[in-house]
Design a protein around this ligand. Structure first.
Ligand code: NAD
Length: 385
């Protein structure tokens, strides 16, 4: 099957590489000539590095590269069986692009969006055959991150879901099925990793380095929240939080942090600007954590129960299955354990007690436990049997 990818930025070029590596001829389109040239150059470098490391041989590298056509015109999409859109995150632009695509491709072509935050239903509504539109949410960098969230819109047909999911599975990716709701699985369930860490800092309980130390050394996370936010970019991370918050009608669970807003406004976006929660300039003094295991464990417990509550509530609202919720967090953001399995391990009654204590202390609905958690504690059931 010929695959089309629209947008040759960070995501589009990675997705094109994945499809070509899996034997597909790929048409990679970007309206910006410089962007398409950059994508071509970047892919050549990536493939050369893979040859250097012995991951692929020279002829495979040439074959992968030869399968991709780099172009600025979407007319080349004729004959594609699937097009994955990875252009700018703007609903108005995506809608125009999707309705244009329908005039180019055949009736059987699936049209997918890699949107992180927009509703797939609203993009599908721009198409006459909206049943062929689906969300396929890859993670950055697409060739390395195994997870792909598969997001049917309310209009999407079952055959579209099956075809798309089977194809992406055949690329060796881990697919999870999720409802078309703000943040899908990962960007919804992960919010407290950032938000609760920021709140702990704002309350003066610990500084950035100490919270990061606790979450990595005691919590087992690969990166602490502040290191990760600096890596993602405070501007991007803040705007995802804000968009999830407004999309959930201002549910206090997703309330953004003023600290992050100010850092973002100051241009302290993280690594990419040389300054974020940490200073990345050459002569900067490294921030050291204040190591106190009792405080550290309290930090981990507070953030982890908030994360578990999100996962439980996503299950309660049928956003995804137990298995997919756990897979999404381990394969999409490298959590040390699936959150629902983690809840079983800690004991759901313990998680519930911690949340109730937080809700009691703060009087804030942000800490309200999911009804499913209460129900399961009463019935004594576990997530994984
Ligand atoms: N960057 C991430 O971590 C990430 C992760 C998952 C999903 N996404 C989503 O993927 C999409 C792309 O993100 P990105 O980070 O690759 O963006 P990017 O800015 O790196 O690249 C976007 C590319 O699209 C091109 N473009 C813009 N309008 C176009 C049009 N009408 N036709 C063709 N090309 C057009 C731009 O020239 C640019 O090269 C967004 O919807 C984003 O939300 C991003």
């Amino acid at each position: 099957m010929k695959i089309g990818v629209l947008g040759s930025g960070a995501m589009g070029s990675g997705i094109a590489q994945v499809a070509a590596t899996n034997g597909h001829n790929v048409v990679l389109v970007d309206t910006d000539e410089e962007a398409i040239n950059n994508a071509r150059g970047k892919l050549q470098k990536i493939l050369a590095r893979l040859v250097e490391k012995g991951r692929i041989d020279e002829s495979t590298s040439e074959l992968i590269f030869s399968r991709i056509e780099f172009t600025t015109t979407n007319k080349q999409f004729v004959g594609c069986g699937l097009i994955i859109e990875a252009i700018v995150e703007r609903l108005d632009v995506k809608k125009i692009v999707f309705s244009e695509l329908e005039n180019i491709v055949g009736n059987e072509c699936i049209l997918a969006t890699n949107t992180s935050s927009l509703s797939v239903a609203s993009i599908a509504a721009a198409c006459d055959k909206s049943e062929r539109v689906i969300g396929l949410h890859f993670f950055n960098p697409a060739p390395l991150m195994p997870l792909v969230e598969v997001i049917p819109a309310v209009q999407t047909s079952e055959s579209t879901v099956k075809l798309a999911r089977d194809l992406i599975d055949s690329w060796g990716k881990v697919t999870v099925l999720t409802k078309d709701t703000p943040g899908f699985i990962v960007n919804r369930v992960a919010r407290p990793f950032y938000g609760e860490a920021l709140k702990i800092y704002e309350e003066g309980i610990a500084d950035f380095a100490t919270i990061d130390w606790a979450m990595t050394e005691l919590g087992g996370f690969r990166m602490g929240p502040f290191t990760l936010m600096d890596f993602i970019g405070n501007d991007i991370n803040y705007s995802v939080t804000e968009s999830v918050f407004s999309a959930f009608y201002y549910d206090p669970r997703y309330r953004p942090s003023l600290t992050q807003k100010r850092y973002s406004e100051a241009g302290w976006h993280g690594r990419k600007t040389g300054r974020g929660y940490y200073n990345y300039s050459e002569n900067a003094v490294k921030s050291e954590p204040s190591i106190n295991k009792v405080v550290g464990q309290e930090i981990v417990d507070r953030i982890v129960v908030m994360l578990i509550n999100e996962a439980v509530d996503a299950l309660f609202l049928n956003i995804a299955t137990t298995e997919d919720l756990d897979l999404a967090m381990t394969k999409g953001v490298n959590y040390p354990k699936g959150l629902l399995s983690w809840a079983d391990e800690i004991g759901l009654n313990v998680v519930l007690k911690r949340l109730e204590a937080l809700q009691d202390l703060y009087g804030d609905d942000r800490y309200r436990p999911s009804p499913l958690m209460k129900r399961m504690v009463i019935s004594g059931t576990k997530f994984i049997n």
